[in-house]
Design a protein around this ligand. Structure first.
Ligand code: MEV
Length: 441
């Protein structure tokens, strides 16, 4: 049928579900019953969740998991993770356990500045604009004093403002670029409000400032927005150990510790050289990063976008992690931008985001950056370790077995039998189906 509707957002939730069921599904009653069931039992909490977006009609569930035993900078964390992919939490936990006995994860924040931009057009000479900008710049600080007061009190605010000239790429195009310290908040709303005030100030300055010639007054603001590329909000996490500490792991895979370390380093090197591998390699890193970013109510799209740009910063997309094996020592490091907050946004509004921060010991944004980077590195370590030893499918399909069994409607007893059977068998959809068919017959 596929109908167009006007005023959908004005309908009540029940009306929206009913309309959708009637117009877009084969069984409106079943659809209505299903959708209406995905809600929080507490009405007040449900109202908060509904308030996050327009046209919310149900809660979409994902597992809220925990990877315990993460030692990061000498402190132990149980890390909350929100992700649907079967093997991710198991892999993170297993890497956490592995490094627990080898000094744990180390992490340090390199920098914490974020960037915002006002893009505008002006048709005069660049040198003249730079002269004018000297007068305008203090006014930009002044005009945003009320907006930055709170942040300045917390030790943040605007740290610098510059004029950039894009004339060589697009005639008449300039940018006001500003750097911000946003303390424990991610700061997107703060930065965007300041930038929009900059834009207004710029426009009124060019209209009102007496010492401008008539042909210098024509300025056009195109847009004002923060950048999700935050190469100056950077964190580094690493693990290191003598190669000999790989002896047990290597033995279990029928190789020696040196070969394991060498193969690991080569796998990371391949992701430095080849963008196709780098993309998958970094995807593995973001499996861990996004899961913690989601669990703590942060913006995983912003983190992903900034991370991938950083991976391409030297004009080729490369691995975000590096590995060195030197003088009998193994070091594996991840460096990436992570603009996250532990106050503001969803962090206090989403009931489970609040709980995540509680589990993590109410970290500052800097501490959260360290935790997230360590989990990204752990995830990467676990993936590469599997790839250079057993292959990824063994662990992945073992975890995926539960999904296949659920999909095939296995009973508890059948599931238990299948889990036992597939301990030493290759898991595939058809193998599990055949196993159940045989059991049922
Ligand atoms: C799967 O979600 C992630 C991996 O492909 C990462 C990798 O290949 O490094 C296993």
């Amino acid at each position: 049928m596929n109908k167009i509707i006007s005023g959908f957002s004005k309908l009540s939730k029940t009306q929206k579900i009913k309309w959708l069921g009637e117009n877009y599904t084969d069984n409106p009653d079943a659809f209505e019953a299903e959708l209406s069931s995905w809600r929080h039992s507490d009405d007040a909490t449900q109202r908060v969740v509904d308030g996050f977006t327009e046209n919310a009609i149900a809660n979409y569930v994902l597992p809220y998991s925990v990877a315990p035993n993460f030692i990061i900078n000498g402190r132990t964390y149980a890390v909350p993770m929100v992700i649907e992919e079967s093997s991710v939490v198991a892999a993170a936990s297993s890497a956490a356990k592995f490094w627990q006995e080898r000094g744990g994860f180390h992490a340090e924040v390199v920098s914490t500045l974020k960037i915002g931009q006002v893009h505008f057009m002006w048709s005069g000479k660049p040198e003249r604009l730079y002269e004018i900008f000297k007068i305008l710049k203090p006014r930009l600080f002044e005009a945003t004093k009320d907006l930055t007061a709170n942040m300045r009190e917390r030790g943040g605010g605007i740290t610098s403002i510059q004029l950039l000239d894009f004339e060589n790429l697009e005639p008449g195009l300039y940018q006001i670029r500003a750097w911000f310290e946003t303390c424990d908040s991610m700061g997107a709303n703060f930065i965007n409000s300041v930038l929009e005030r900059f834009a207004d100030t710029l426009e009124s300055f060019f209209t009102e400032y007496p010492d401008l010639a008539d042909d210098e007054r024509d300025v056009e603001v195109i847009m004002s927005i923060l950048s999700n590329y935050t190469p100056e909000c950077l964190v580094k996490a690493w693990v290191e150990c003598p190669i000999a500490a790989f002896a047990d792991l290597a033995r279990s895979q029928g190789m020696d510790a040196d070969s394991l370390a060498r193969r690991f380093q080569m796998a990371v090197r391949i992701a430095q050289i080849d963008p196709f591998r780098a993309t998958t390699h970094n995807k593995g890193i973001f499996n861990g990063i996004d899961a913690v970013v989601m669990a703590t109510g942060n913006d995983f799209r912003a983190i992903e976008a900034g991370g991938h740009t950083y991976a391409a910063r030297n004009s080729q997309y490369r691995s975000l992690s590096t590995c060195t094996v030197k003088n009998g020592h193994f070091r594996f490091e991840l460096e990436l931008p992570l603009a996250v907050g532990t106050v503001g946004g969803l962090t206090a509004l989403h009931p489970l985001a609040k709980r995540s921060l509680e589990i993590l010991g109410k970290p500052s944004a800097r501490e959260l950056m360290c935790i997230i980077a360590a989990v990204g590195l752990a995830q990467n370590f676990a993936a590469v370790r599997s790839l250079i030893t057993t292959g990824i499918q063994q662990g992945h399909m073992k975890m995926h077995l539960t999904n296949i069994l659920n999909h095939l409607g296995a009973s508890e007893e059948e599931s238990a039998a299948a889990q036992f059977h597939f301990q030493h068998q290759t898991v595939s959809f058809s193998a599990v189906r055949a196993f159940l068919q045989e059991k049922r017959s």
